[in-house]
Write a protein that binds this ligand. Sequence first.
Ligand code: FES
Ligand code: FES
Length: 161
Amino acid sequence: MSELIGRELTLRVNGIDHPVEVAHGRNLLSVLRTEIGLTGTKEGCDDCECGACMVLLDGEPVNSCSYLAAQAVGREITTVEGVMRGDELHPLQRNLLDEGGVQCGFCTPGMIMSATALLARTPDPTDEDIRIGLSGNLCRCTGYARIVAAVRRTAQEHGVS
Ligand code: FES
Ligand code: FES
């Protein structure tokens, strides 16, 4: 029964504090999507394999399906909704569209989070760096080349902060 009793937590997501009541053992992914209403982060395998649920914790990519919500207290959580620049797409989002790196789109939010972290630590990545940086993210549609091209183009145009 005790796991059904809610516990109040405050999660800081995309710069905003969200008080939430969550049952013991809830993962971060489900709290982001259900309690906070940020559905950009996707649930794929629910087993730390596909990267669809990737978010940033203090700038580091984490599979939110395999991370307890309670562990994220006191940390800065960034989801795909947080990379927009006002009403403007982030350059990485625009380049993914322009390069044809989005087909069904299910992997795209997780790819964006991994690529954002990659470009923050490696502003001028080689293609191998990009492939390694995205190795935790599976895409069933694109064959990856167009996604790599989008990340490369973003690095060449701007870098990512
Ligand atoms: S849903 Fe989290 S890694 Fe697949
Ligand atoms: S675009 Fe469909 S899974 Fe990547």
